[in-house]
Ligand binder design. Structure first.
Ligand code: 4NP
Length: 174
């Protein structure tokens, strides 16, 4: 999702793109939650964070009101985001593209340049203690689906932050 604060990914240590189908439910919540988790850890300066969808059906729209409400109930305001589609240049501009489900992974692999396929990762791989592979699409369900998605997203966001910290530490030790 673009925001008025969105800059072109540049010099940040980690450039993360969260991806789902429509970019109005799961990936905007993941973008907002990850930003919050990084801020809480005092690490926000290390990250460029954005989100995008596989389609452009909702281009320019704010997140689904149920996603906004569920995120806000956990103190995360995602109202300023607007939907956009994954573009070819995203595979160059970002270091990791974090897919919410297996279908997103297939779609991303179809459009990614071969040299960038290693950047596509399943978001819930960063929450291996959960018995889930996919963040279920809550779009056609009730509000409880958004809470469930947020539980999974919060766990994976914390796992991803910790994994990237371990990688930085390993790099710095040489
Ligand atoms: P998301 O949910 O991929 O989590 O943003 C969806 C939003 C919209 C649609 C599908 C999924 N749609 O078909 O419009």
């Amino acid at each position: 999702m673009a925001t008025h604060e969105t800059r072109k990914p540049g010099a940040a240590r980690h450039r993360l793109l969260f991806a789902c189908l429509g970019n109005i439910c799961r990936s905007p919540m993941a973008e907002g939650v990850f930003r919050r988790v990084a801020e809480d850890a005092g690490q926000a300066h290390l990250f460029e964070i954005d989100s995008a969808g596989m389609g452009d059906w909702h281009k320019g729209q704010a997140p689904d009101h149920r996603a906004q409400k569920a995120a806000l109930s956990r103190g995360v305001d995602i109202s300023g985001q607007s939907a956009r589609k994954v573009e070819l240049e995203d595979f160059e501009d970002f270091d990791l593209i974090l897919a919410m489900d297996g279908s997103n992974i297939s779609d991303l692999n179809e459009i990614a340049p071969h040299s960038a396929r290693h950047k596509i990762r399943r978001f819930l791989d960063f929450a291996p203690h959960l018995d889930e592979d996919d963040v279920p699409d809550p779009y056609y369900g009730g509000e409880e689906g958004f809470d469930r998605a947020l539980d999974l997203i919060e766990a994976a966001a914390k796992g991803l932050l910790a994994e990237l910290a371990r990688e930085r530490e390993a790099t710095e030790k040489g």
